[in-house]
Design a protein around this ligand. Structure first.
Ligand code: ATP
Length: 910
């Protein structure tokens, strides 16, 4: 049997019962219709009552929707304010929203189910049988179990929410007050305290700190400290922001919790209402059941009573019309009730469909709840992991900051201790400095007065010292002049003692090309004990020659120059000097005078010595050195430094009537260095070479003169000096008979012999004090007139060849040299010089006159002719000497021994 059939039978039960009663008894039918009416009224009242409850449930549903909307709004607000751990929070928020929606929908649907359930009971009460009632009770129990399960889940979710809230609170409390944070706070407070101490110490020691060696360290540490403080403050700000976020989220969670509590409370109210409705339904059910039972009992009692046929028949007969009418009406009402019952059945079926849908929705919601729970657990796990990592990160950062702050604090402490120590050590120094400063301040205040006083005293002292120095300077200058004159005189005397005419001899070595020849036997020997003696082996006889000095073959250019440099120095003092190189051709005259580039001779060394001497006398003396080069060939005078080397020069007398000679057109070059000398020598050699076809032969047949003039001026004394150094490379002295010359060679030889003979005559005349000195017999003596007369000094370097083939010429040269030497330094002359020395010492007046007199400027080129023009010796020796004597200087020439005539071998050829 189906449910519809059961319900139909159940609903039709009263009618069948009534019909049966109507057939059996009119009383029972009347009672049944009244009961049915009462039942119908009761059912109608219950329907109205459940409709009112349905409206209440709709109102509750709207209230729940409103709260859901508020929850969504709060969740949205929570989402907007969430910035910490965005992803897990977002997930949590979505889960909460879904959960809330699920709870809301579940609540709504449950409430809907609950609101629909009371409608079931009247229908069930009216139409179901006992087993149908049990089925309904079973369904109701399932729904109640479902609601209870949902409530349990809601409670669990609430508990989880509470747990999460507590966890958040715990984390927030941990964030706010961990040990590390406490340590950090302690460190920060300690940091602040140290900063204040450091600031105070810095304020107290602002001045000493400027000199503190650790000030830079302190400044650096202070900067580091400020930086760390900034970091701490930044972290504090971040921590405060995190706390603020946590507080905000906590507030949101609390709000959500409150809303959930409200929802739960409302749900509990609804549940109570549901329970009340269930209770009320069960009561109504019980009442209906009892009434039905009473009605059945009444029917059974009525059926059990003996039938009263008569009365009934009568009654039926009497009341049949009325009963029929009532029956019709009852049937009509029954029909209406059946229609209503059909409607209610239809409604019941719809409600059952809704119940099924609600059950299906509940299953889906359960699954969603499970899904949400899983997601919530996962989100919670992620949140816990994130919180754990954040916690670890926070602890690590705090530990690092703590360690760093500790080390920095230690360093700051150490530096502070150092600063304190420095302060302690600086304080005494500061006191000392203060005392020194005060002392210096007083000194500075007194300084102007002291300075003025000191300046005045210094001025006086300086004036006094200047006066003393000036007088001492004058005295020194006077002494200097006296000493200079004395030195000159001494030097002059030394040179004079050596002889005004000195004769040296130099023997050249055997040259490389001469060693293989047959006549290369060395005929010259020397005395090892006496460097003035030379032995010459001539045809088996050993001839001895004594000269002033003999240079052996191995003598160097420097050694030779050592012997002549005193004469060069005399030139600076204003004396005229003549240095001759005499000897046969190839005996080494040019080598001695000019030398070779790598080993220069007397000419260049003399000029170098002049330069060095002149430099030493600066700045008192200012010297000018000029150079001329002249060649005399065949009694012709040629200017070797001029533009035209073939131009012939002449010796003329000055037109001013002074009687001095000069050489018009003679070129002079001022030289100041060795480079100038080399240039002049190169120019002279070049001009000499252009005027001849064979330079070697030409040089052998001509005299070469290098005339050096040294003019000095003393700016201190105003004195002037002028000396002339004549360096003469004479032509070869070999005899014509031996050379066998003819023609031009014969003329050359005649000119050479003439000039050499004239030189011998001049020296002889000077020696003999002849009234006439034949200077004009040759161009050579005429040109050297002023350098051969007076107190001039002459050095004759006799060059000798060591070869046997040249022995006769060597003998002639040596005899000539020895006679020249004899003229000056004969025994009588030496004794006279000694006597002169003794007379010098015994004649102070004469000596004082000589010593105190400055050197007289000798007659420069142009050459004075006064001596040669003089007819007597006195006049000859007088002219230059007189000039010197006019400057209180006596001529040594007056002491010359005139006993030995100079008519030697040099004139043998004539
Ligand atoms: N002391 C010496 N040491 C080395 N070589 C020397 C020396 N003297 C001369 N000679 C050499 O002897 C040679 C002849 O010398 P030098 O030309 O100087 O003679 P001279 O007398 O000037 O001849 P002339 O009258 O022809 O000019 C040269 O080659 C020179 O180098």
């Amino acid at each position: 049997m189906s449910d519809g059939e059961e319900e139909s039978s159940f609903l039709s039960l009263p009618n069948s019962v009534l019909q049966r009663h109507c057939l059996t008894s009119d009383l029972s039918e009347t009672a049944t219709s009244e009961q049915q009416q009462l039942l119908i009224q009761t059912l109608q009242e219950r329907v109205c009552e459940f409709q009112a409850r349905l409206r209440n449930e709709d109102a509750a549903k709207q209230l729940l929707q409103t709260r859901d909307h508020q929850l969504n709004h709060d969740n949205h607000h929570y989402e907007e304010h969430s910035s910490f751990n965005q992803e897990p929070q977002e997930q949590l928020r979505l889960n909460c929203v879904q959960l809330n929606q699920a709870v809301s929908s579940t609540g709504v649907r449950n409430s809907g189910a609950l609101t629909q359930r009371p409608l079931d009971f009247p229908s069930t009460v009216q139409v179901s049988k006992i087993h149908s009632q049990e089925q309904l009770q079973k369904d109701e129990g399932e729904q109640l179990a479902l609601i209870t399960g949902l409530c349990t889940q809601v409670k669990e979710l609430e508990e989880k929410l509470v747990d999460q809230t507590q966890e958040v609170e715990r984390l927030r409390s941990e964030l706010g007050a961990t040990d590390l944070e406490k340590q950090l706070e302690v460190l920060e407070s300690e940091n602040q305290r140290l900063k204040q101490e450091l600031r105070a110490s810095h304020t107290q020691t602002s001045c000493p700190t400027a000199h503190c060696p650790h000030s830079q360290d302190v400044e650096a540490l202070r900067g580091e400290l400020c930086r760390k403080g900034e970091e701490c403050r930044e972290r504090e700000r971040r921590l405060a922001a995190l706390e603020q976020q946590v507080q905000d989220r906590t507030g949101v969670v609390v709000q959500l919790q409150e809303q959930l509590e409200e929802v739960a409370h409302h749900r509990q109210q609804l549940q109570k209402q549901l329970e009340e409705a269930s209770c009320h339904r069960s009561q109504s059910e019980d009442q209906l059941t009892s009434r039905l039972r009473d009605a059945e009992e009444a029917l059974s009692l009525q059926a059990a009573q003996p039938p009263q046929v008569k009365y009934v028949t009568k009654t039926v007969e009497v009341e049949s019309a009325q009963c029929k009418q009532a029956l019709m009406e009852a049937q009509a009402r029954n029909q209406a009730l059946q229609e209503q019952l059909c409607v209610q059945r239809q409604l019941l079926r719809e409600l059952e469909q809704q119940l099924h849908e609600s059950q299906r929705t509940s299953g889906q919601l359960r699954q969603q709840i499970l899904v949400y729970e899983g997601e919530m657990e996962r989100a919670q796990g992620q949140l816990e992991a994130e919180m754990q990592s954040l916690e670890e990160e926070k602890n690590r950062v705090i530990e690092e900051a703590f360690i760093r702050a500790e080390s920095e604090m230690k360093a700051v402490h150490e530096n502070l201790a150092g600063v304190r120590m420095n302060l302690l050590t600086l304080q005494p120094a500061l006191r000392t400095l203060t005392c020194d400063y005060n002392c210096l301040k007083r000194q500075v205040q007194d300084f102007p007065y002291m300075l003025e006083k000191a300046i005045t005293e210094a001025k006086q002292e300086i004036c006094q010292v200047i006066g003393e120095v000036s007088s001492a300077n004058q005295e020194l200058l006077r002494k200097y002049k006296r000493e200079m004159n004395l030195r000159k005189k001494c030097h002059n005397e030394l040179v004079r003692l050596k002889g005004n005419i000195r004769v040296l001899c130099r023997v050249r070595p055997v040259c490389a090309g001469e060693t293989d020849a047959a006549d290369t036997k060395n005929i010259v020997t020397f005395d090892l004990d006496d460097d003035a003696v030379l032995y010459l082996s001539n045809k088996g006889k050993l001839m001895t020659f004594e000269l002033d000095k003999v240079f052996p073959t191995q003598a160097t250019q420097e050694e030779v120059f050592q012997e002549v440099q005193s004469l060069v120095t005399s030139c600076i003092d204003g004396f005229n000097i003549c240095i001759f190189a005499y000897g046969q051709t190839g005996s080494g005259k040019t080598y001695t005078m000019e030398g070779v580039p790598e080993d220069p001779g007397i000419n260049q060394r003399a000029l170098r010595l002049l330069f060095s001497e002149v430099c030493e006398k600066k700045p008192d003396w200012d010297y000018k050195i000029t150079v001329s080069m002249v060649e005399i060939y065949n009694e012709t005078l040629r200017n070797l430094l001029g533009d035209n080397p073939n131009e012939k020069l002449d010796i003329k007398m000055c037109p001013d009537g002074s009687g001095q000679l000069y050489v018009p057109g003679l070129t002079e070059f001022t030289v100041e260095s060795v480079e100038d000398i080399n240039k002049v020598f190169d120019l002279g050699h070049m001009n000499r070479a252009t005027a001849c076809t064979n330079l070697n032969e030409h040089s052998s047949r001509s005299h070469a003169l290098l005339i050096v003039t040294v003019a000095g001026f003393n700016s201190s004394t105003g004195h002037r000096t002028s000396g002339k150094l004549n360096l003469v490379d004479l032509a070869g002295s070999e005899r014509i008979a031996k050379s066998g010359a003819e023609g031009s060679r014969l003329r050359e030889a005649q000119c050479i012999n003439k000039s050499l003979s004239a030189l011998g005559d001049v020296i002889n005349a000077l020696r003999s004090k002849h009234s006439h000195v034949p200077f004009r017999n040759s161009r050579l003596t005429y040109l050297l007139q002023d350098s051969l007369s007076g107190d001039s000094k002459t050095l004759m370097m006799v060059q000798v060849s060591p070869l046997e083939s040249n022995v006769s010429e060597s003998v002639c040269s040596l005899k000539f040299a020895q006679r020249v030497r004899t003229v000056e330094i004969g025994p009588s002359s030496s004794s006279r010089r000694q006597a002169e020395n003794s007379s010098t010492s015994s004649s102070p007046t004469h000596d004082s006159v000589e010593l105190d007199s400055p050197p007289v400027t000798p007659v420069p080129l142009p050459i004075s002719r006064a001596s040669s023009a003089g007819s007597t010796l006195s006049s000859t020796s007088k002219t230059p000497s007189t000039r010197r004597r006019s400057h209180s200087q006596l001529s040594a020439d007056s002491q010359v021994d005139r006993s030995s005539p100079l008519v030697g071998d040099g004139g043998q050829d004539e």
